[in-house]
Every structure is written in structure tokens, then in C-alpha cells.
Design a protein around this ligand. Structure first.
Ligand code: FEO
Length: 392
């Protein structure tokens, strides 16, 4: 795709990756993604913000064909989907300086072997004049690595945010046209990589409050012509109370755990509790991560196999522990054949979660009437906890 004009002498560059289906060999990308770079031509200096994934380097280099001089490249984030083509850009423009935070400088040297003499490091709040346009660099750590920053273009009131506020969507629409679709993708993105750092991100959001932002141009997905939409969504995901929802990732081998899940879901619904149920044998793990953003309670459903939880259930507990959602309560349900340490093993896998454990319900073989009554009691206990906290 050719470069696309955003405003006077401000252009989108980079790549739309329609076919990518997995990021970091971990994160599902059902809608592909884009790697956005931006070119800003001031009256005196020209700057490129970020680059593109190295697999799509030729596209960016082609877009730069008509750009005779580049004075600066800004690297907001050292991860290679944004920085990976910077070495080739610097090779094309050997006089260009690479601007980054001091922390990013070390990481870019480690990851891409960029020579130290190419760098200019910037302090938080430092400005750079391009002539009639001024860049202000705002350190914004942990969105989602420790070295990250964003850039505010003062005259045009555009925030270039890299991963912050991004979403994995491949589209030819430069600007957000369907906020519902972007909300879903941005929430998935937040859940998968930002959620563990939400306490720091909260400070970054506060830091941006003093800026008059008319447009947010992220490193993935579409540009936000109405920044309040995504800023408000982030505020809700970070600061909003958990919802009256149980997230229920489960796996079943011979239907006993599945029978418990079905009964339990019905019992929760009767008590007025919303449920998001995920069969771990087939689910999109990104959907599970999204559900964890808001849910007050996590209940893992697992059979006992090899003397412990099913490996898929262990994976879901490991994931929840790593993502550190604002979940308040946790429990386990499942069936076993003759014994094992399912509860102890799962409980030991979630040290990061500050949760109250509600007594698990494990049954031997297929669930009996007594087991179903225990599931009713568990549903009632969860409903009561949610009511006490006024979760809606
Ligand atoms: Fe889009 Fe953290 O890279």
C-alpha cells in the first residue's frame, strides 16, 4: 500500500498484515493486524515515527522512495513489530538520528545491534522542533514494555501512541469507522498485553489528561478521530469495578465435568449471575483473556488427570495468573476418578491473584444429587459475594 495522508504533511506508512494469525507465537489475531509508522514533514526537519515488522520491510522502504531526506527516526517501543525495520531505514538515511528513551536505547542495541552513535535519547517531556511542527516526547512505561514512550505533535494535537490504545485489525480504513468492532479488538489487545500493567497504565492515562488530544494514531489498527472513545474504554477496563460475571474456562474428558459445568451455569443464571463459558479444548484463548478484564469471579472446571488438573485447565490458571485481572473470587469444579491433587496444584499456580477462594466442588465420577446441591450452594455463595460488593 502507498503512504496515506492524515493531515497536512503527516502521513501513515507501514503495512497492513491481513494474513497474520498469531503474535509472539501466542496471541491469536483473528482479524490480522497493521504495523503503523508515521511520517511528519516539518518546515525544517522530517521525522519517521516507528517502522514496520521486518517481514514487511520492503513495503515501508518503498513508501520512503520519494522521501529524499530523513532527519530523525523515533522509536517508541523496541519490540520488533515496530522497530524491526529501523536498521534498514537508518541504512537508507545514514545521517538520520534515532530518538528513543534511554531504556529503549539499550534494548534496541541488544535486539537490533543498532550502533550507539545513531542515538539521541530524550527525557520525559522533552521537545523537538521540526520547524513549524513540534514533537513532545512523553515517557509512558509499561505499555507494555518498560521502555515505552508516546509522542504528542503539539500544533496538530495528535498523539502517536504505538502499542498504547492499539488494536489488531487489518483494514483499508485509515480512521475508525466502526467503534463497536474496534472496541472488541482493542479490549482483546488490552487483555492480552496491557492488563498485567494496569496500575502503571493508570498513571500514564493521568499523565495524558493535561493534553488537548484531537486524534490518536496508534501503532496497530486504525486512527482514532474521537480519542475519548478509546481513552474512556481504557479507563473503564482499568478503573471500573468488576462485573457480576463468572468466567468459566473448563475441559472435560468423559462428560462428568461437562455435566457439572452445565448444571452450574444454569444455577448461576438462576441466581442472576452472568456467565462466560469457554471449552478450553476449542476456545480462542484471546476471548478468555477478554472475559477476564471485567469478571468478578473465575471458576476453573477440570477433570483430574495424571493426578492433577487437566493441562488445558492448568494453562488457563497460568494465563490468568500472568494477566493479573481484577478478579475478586475464584473456585474450582470438576470430577475425579480415584484421587489426585487438582485443587492444590491449581491453587499453587495463581500467586499473583489477590482473590478470595470459595470452596471448590469436586465429585467422584458422575455428579450425584449431593454434588449438584454443592454446585447450587457454590452458585449461591458467588451470587451473594457479588451482591455484597454491588457488582452489576
Ligand atoms: Fe506492537 Fe509490543 O509491539
Amino acid at each position: 500500500m502507498k503512504a496515506r495522508k492524515i493531515k497536512d504533511r503527516i502521513y501513515w506508512m507501514g503495512s497492513v498484515d491481513w494474513d497474520r494469525r498469531l503474535f509472539d507465537a501466542l496471541i491469536p489475531l483473528p482479524d490480522g493486524t497493521s504495523y503503523n509508522a508515521y511520517l511528519i514533514e516539518g518546515s525544517k526537519k522530517t521525522v519517521l515515527l516507528d517502522s514496520t515488522d521486518p517481514q514487511m520491510a520492503d513495503e515501508l522502504l518503498g513508501q520512503l522512495e520519494g522521501v529524499s531526506k530523513l532527519d530523525y527516526v523515533v522509536s517508541h517501543h523496541a519490540e520488533q513489530d515496530h522497530s524491526g525495520t529501523i536498521p534498514q531505514v537508518l541504512k537508507k538515511y545514514p545521517d538520520a538520528k534515532l530518538i528513543s528513551t534511554p531504556k529503549a536505547k539499550g534494548m534496541l542495541i541488544d535486539l537490533l545491534r543498532i550502533p550507539e552513535e545513531s542515538f539521541i535519547t530524550v527525557k520525559d517531556g522533552e521537545t523537538l522542533s521540526l520547524g513549524d511542527k513540534t514533537l513532545k516526547f512523553i515517557h509512558a512505561p509499561w505499555v507494555h514494555w518498560p521502555e515505552t514512550m508516546v509522542t504528542y505533535l503539539e500544533e496538530d494535537k495528535i498523539l502517536f501512541s504505538c502499542d498504547f490504545f492499539g488494536s489488531h485489525i487489518a483494514t483499508t480504513d485509515l480512521f475508525v469507522t466502526d467503534e463497536g468492532r474496534v472496541y472488541e479488538a482493542a479490549k482483546r489487545y488490552f487483555a492480552e498485553i496491557m492488563m498485567p500493567f494496569r496500575n502503571v497504565i493508570k498513571k500514564n492515562l493521568e499523565k495524558l489528561e493535561s493534553y488537548d488530544i484531537e486524534m490518536i494514531a496508534p501503532g496497530h489498527g486504525q486512527i482514532f478521530p474521537r480519542p475519548a472513545f478509546i481513552i474512556d474504554a481504557y479507563r473503564d477496563w482499568i478503573l471500573g469495578p468488576p462485573r457480576n460475571t463468572v468466567v468459566l474456562p473448563y475441559v472435560s474428558m468423559h462428560e462428568s465435568t461437562k455435566r457439572m459445568v452445565d448444571y452450574f451455569v444454569s444455577a448461576l443464571v438462576e441466581k442472576g449471575v452472568r456467565v462466560e463459558q469457554f471449552n478450553l479444548a476449542v476456545t480462542d484463548i484471546g476471548k478468555l483473556a477478554m472475559a477476564l478484564v471485567d469478571a468478578a469471579t473465575l471458576v476453573v472446571g477440570t477433570p483430574t488427570v495424571l493426578a492433577g488438573p487437566h493441562p488445558y485447565a492448568a494453562y488457563s490458571a497460568f494465563l490468568a495468573n500472568a494477566l493479573r485481572p481484577k478478579t475478586k473470587f475464584i473456585s474450582i469444579i470438576g470430577s475425579y476418578g480415584w484421587g489426585g491433587k487438582t485443587v492444590e496444584t491449581l491453587a499453587g499456580m495463581i500467586p499473583n491473584l489477590k482473590v478470595e477462594v470459595i470452596a471448590p466442588v469436586l465429585c467422584k465420577g458422575v455428579p450425584s444429587e449431593k454434588d449438584l446441591k454443592a454446585l447450587d450452594d457454590l452458585a449461591a455463595a458467588i451470587s451473594q459475594k457479588h451482591k455484597e460488593h454491588n457488582f452489576t
